[in-house]
Structures are given as C-alpha cells and as structure tokens.
Design a protein around this ligand. Structure first.
Ligand code: SF4
Length: 266
C-alpha cells in the first residue's frame, strides 16, 4: 500500500480491508477480485496490521485516497475509526480523500472533538439514482459542518447523469469536483462517450472541476476512446462552495446566505 497509479491521488491508505456490495457499481469490485486472489474472504472486514499507521511516515504534502479496499464508514470498522481520525488529525499536511457509498453513516462516525479540515468528502455514484440518494445523504450528514471540498466519483459510470446538482434544500451544496471513469477489468460494462460529454457540459455551466480518469476497458487508467476535448484532469479549489446557480461563495455560511436570499426573493 502507498504510492498508487490512481491518477487523482498520490497514496492509498487502507487502515482496514473487506466490504459488502451495496449497489450495481459494486458488481465487479476490484477489491473482491484481488482479495480472492490472495485467498482472503473479501466480505470479512479486518483491521490492517501492516498499513494502519502508514500516513505517519508520509512527510511531504500529498493527497491520500482512504480505503481503496473498503469503505471508511462501514459498520464493522466502528471500533477502529477513532484511531484513524487521530492519525488524520496528526497529519494536517496530508489531504485525505474519503469516498463512500455509505454517507448516511457519517453523523454517527465523526470524531467527538474536532472536524477534520484536511478531508475531502466524496460519494461514489454510478447512475442518477445513486447520485441523488448519496449526494443528498452526504449534504445532510455534513449539514452543520464546514467541509473544505465535497465531491463525486462517477466511476464506474453505468448511465447518464442528467442532473449533477442535486438540490433538495435551497441551501444544498453542489459538488466542487467530479471524477468520471468507465469500468475496468475483464467483465467491464461499457460507458457511453455522450454520458461523459453531458457531465463536462454541466460542470462547465456550474463551475465544477472535472477529472476524466479512464475509459471503460480491460485495463485501468486507459484513455481508450476519450477524445481530446474530454481528456482533462482538473482539481477543485479548497473552500470553494458553489451554489445551485453556479455562483461561488467563500464558505458555507455565505453559500447558505445566498440560498436564503434567493428564497426571500432578494
Ligand atoms: S463499496 Fe466499494 S469497496 Fe465496497 S464492495 Fe462496493 S465498490 Fe467494493
């Protein structure tokens, strides 16, 4: 574990491994494939003996993808998560990218005495339904918090995303960053290029950073059929909250004020 070929991060950190499939995006999960190859049961969640403290060794400012082999908010990890939060707190020079399919569990899992500003909070969404449900849950779970970045990983993209600015409340935040990727592996399901073009178009309209990770295909990371105008890899700016009309506000309060102002007809 450590240095990774995943293009939108620098390191992967797996304080625990093992998971359970929760939606269509999990069908060909690479963790299941890899763990079976090592003779392990991927459904059993275990604390890692060898990698739990890895971030304490990384001295340079870097991005760290958390739990590429599990989900940070999976229930079985509840006894170990406080220790992981403590490592995150002690390493403010690292930016932790936490990507979850269980955002509704976040309020139960936050540390008691601090809110980690060096965490980027993301959900995985493979289609419109999972985007709607998980983004709404993430936004509500962080309702009283001040996250520096909130983002979506649309990988493996299995359907068109018509609406990327899910807005259940007038003050709902919208993603600052969208990663797009087709499925990789021997049983990959195809991604349509038009789905990607629509996402980029909407990102441009709303001022959302867009990161094209890979085409669908057997090999991870391959550019494949992605044309030049879609092959761009942008990163979000911290603390750039975007409201649902594409205006930018410096912080959560300002974004909420914008939403309330519009409600009052200002
Ligand atoms: S949530 Fe992620 S790690 Fe867990 S089964 Fe699904 S794809 Fe795999």
């Amino acid at each position: 574990m450590g240095k990774t070929a995943i293009s939108w991060t620098n390191f992967t950190w797996n304080p625990w491994r093992g998971c359970h499939k929760v939606s269509a995006g999990c069908k060909n999960c690479y963790m299941f494939r890899d763990q079976k190859r090592y003779g392990r049961d991927p459904n059993v969640v275990v604390r890692s003996r060898s990698t739990f403290n890895d971030p304490l060794k990384w001295m340079d400012p870097s991005m760290v993808f958390v739990n590429s082999w599990s989900d940070f908010f999976i229930e079985e990890a509840d006894p170990w998560r406080d220790e992981a939060w403590e490592i995150i707190r002690r390493t403010p020079h690292l930016t932790y990218q936490i990507l979850t399919k269980r955002p509704e569990r976040i309020p139960l899992c936050l540390p008691d005495d601090f809110f980690p500003r060096n965490v980027w909070w993301g959900i995985s969404a493979e289609n419109q339904d999972t985007l709607d449900r998980r983004w709404t849950a993430l936004d509500l779970s962080l309702y009283n918090q001040d996250p520096s970045v909130m983002f979506v990983s649309a990988e493996p993209l299995l359907g068109s995303l018509i609406d990327i600015t899910v807005s259940v409340n007038p003050w709902s935040r919208i993603p600052q960053w969208i990663i797009v990727g087709g499925e990789s592996g021997p049983e990959h399901r195809p991604m349509e290029i038009d789905w990607v073009r629509l996402i980029l178009h909407k990102c441009r309209y709303h001022g959302i950073a867009f990161f094209m990770k890979q085409d669908s295909g057997t090999q991870p990371g391959q550019r494949g059929r992605i044309p030049d105008d879609l092959w761009m890899q942008e990163f979000p700016k911290r603390d750039q909250v975007i409201d649902d009309k594409g205006k930018r506000a410096k912080n959560i309060d300002a974004a909420r004020a914008l939403g309330q102002g519009e409600l009052k007809g200002e």
